[in-house]
Design a protein around this ligand. Structure first.
Ligand code: AMP
Ligand code: GLY
Length: 420
């Protein structure tokens, strides 16, 4: 089977690494890829936001199966164009991708599905939104409706912050994403992520994870795209997973199918858990990054079979072959991230890190220049390991971190501290 993966981050490197281990994979191309991906697969360069260009490339290269990594191509209908061209694709349609692309849409689906989530109201008018916030009081959560690269959510612990967030959003800080605003009840509890493959009708849980969003140790400092993650998430017990499937995931799939827009792909279910009750924080329509890295480390080659079964509507007979293991990933970022940082510094010592089914350094933002690996992003490497316990996975990860020689990078030394 010839496979094409769209994307260029650590998530796509992890997907590529898992797919390559499956003997079904004859050829793998990743577009655009990065330096790490280039060491295990072919990289190609074309506009992955342009559905016609993706179809064209897939046809020219006899691609049988496309895996879409990031949300942006899904939100503009790239998977629809591939399906229309008769190419099997893992990833939801543009209509189903609204579960991530529009927060008010997700709330509407939750209402129809009676899925537990935060109470909310939806506004397009600044004055009305302000009146509502003043009436509800803080803490309160203000969200730009559309895709805002993870920056459109303000958890306001006081009224000044809430009103300033409204000023920013209605003032155009998030562009079109902020022209509509969802205001939510603040939920307390512990957050965890639940990943479920969906084929439009059936669903198969493929793992749980927790990530660390703050840049600083002890979960302090500014928010980031994620500084590390581990799987499984202890808070997401089997009982809570079952409750989530019964109360949130299946009712959502049923409502999406009823509307004629069945959901196919991976559903990233962001949960807030309190007193044994899960409530939905958000859906994403793709794997989390860096959560995907720990999920792939645990699933290995079977990930390809399962994604293909989801894409072909065959999940009903599928199950996951679980090992009783744990995985952790630590993000190495460029100094300054999530603020301003320098690009172009050279990373050394990667050749001293083991690469096997227990250890892998996934690349998130790198390129190759004159035979050297150079940092090109904020989050640059995802040092990932698996072990019989979370402690063992952690020890393996930090032993690798210590072999990497990159003066312009940093990482958190406390990933997994809550679970450990
Ligand atoms: P989202 O992009 O919707 O996942 O929001 C980003 C982060 O904001 C989440 O991971 C939560 O930590 C937090 N958050 C979002 N909505 C709520 C809520 N209603 N109550 C408490 N925290 C929230
Ligand atoms: N790690 C959070 C996300 O991928 O959205």
């Amino acid at each position: 089977m010839n496979i094409l993966i769209l994307g260029s981050g650590g998530r796509e490197h992890a997907l590529a690494w898992a797919v390559m281990q499956n003997p079904k994979c004859d050829k793998l191309i990743v577009a655009p890829g990065n330096a790490g991906i280039g060491q295990i697969a072919e990289c190609a360069s074309f506009d992955i936001m342009n559905g016609a260009a993706v179809v064209n490339f897939a046809e020219e290269n006899a691609i049988d199966f496309v895996i879409v990594g990031p949300e942006a191509p899904l939100a503009v209908g790239v998977s629809d164009q591939l399906r229309d061209a008769g190419i099997t694709v893992f990833g939801p349609s543009e209509a189903a991708a609204r579960l991530e692309a529009s927060k008010s849409f997700t709330k509407e689906i939750c209402d129809a599905a009676q899925a537990p989530t935060a109470g909310y109201a939806h506004f397009t008018d600044h004055a009305a939104a302000k009146a509502y916030v003043e009436e509800q009081g803080a803490p309160i959560v203000i969200k730009a409706d559309g895709l805002a690269a993870g920056k459109g959510v303000i958890v306001a612990m006081d009224m000044d912050t809430a009103l300033a967030a409204l000023d920013d959003m209605f003032g155009g800080e998030f562009g079109a994403a902020g022209a509509e605003v969802v205001i939510e009840e603040f939920m307390e509890g512990e957050e965890a992520s639940f990943f479920v493959l969906c084929d439009g009708e059936d669903a198969l849980p493929i793992g749980t994870a927790q990530d660390h969003k703050r840049v600083g140790e002890g979960d302090t400092g500014p928010n980031t795209g994620g500084m590390g993650a581990y799987s499984p998430a202890p808070v997401l017990s089997d009982a809570i997973a079952e409750k989530t499937m019964a109360e949130i995931v299946y009712p959502t799939l049923k409502e999406m199918a009823r509307r004629g827009t069945p959901y196919q792909g991976v559903l990233y279910v962001g949960l807030m858990i309190k007193d044994g009750q899960p409530r939905l924080v958000e859906y994403n329509v793709r794997f989390g990054d860096p959560e995907c890295q720990v999920l792939m480390m645990r699933l290995g080659a079977q990930a390809l079979d399962l994604m293909q079964a989801a894409a072909e509507g065959r999940l009903a007979g599928c199950s996951v072959n679980w090992a009783d293991d744990h995985a952790m990933t630590v993000v190495m970022a460029a100094c300054g991230y999530p603020g301003a940082y320098e690009k172009g510094s050279v990373i050394k010592g990667l050749e001293n890190c083991p690469e096997d089914s227990f250890h892998m350094v996934f690349h998130a933002g790198t390129t190759e220049q004159d035979g050297q690996i150079v940092a090109t992003g904020g989050r640059v490497l995802n040092v990932t390991a698996r072990g019989a316990s979370l402690q063992e996975a952690r020890d393996r990860v930090y032993a690798m971190v210590d072999r990497i020689d990159w003066a312009d990078g940093f990482c958190r030394r406390d990933i997994g501290w809550r679970a450990l």
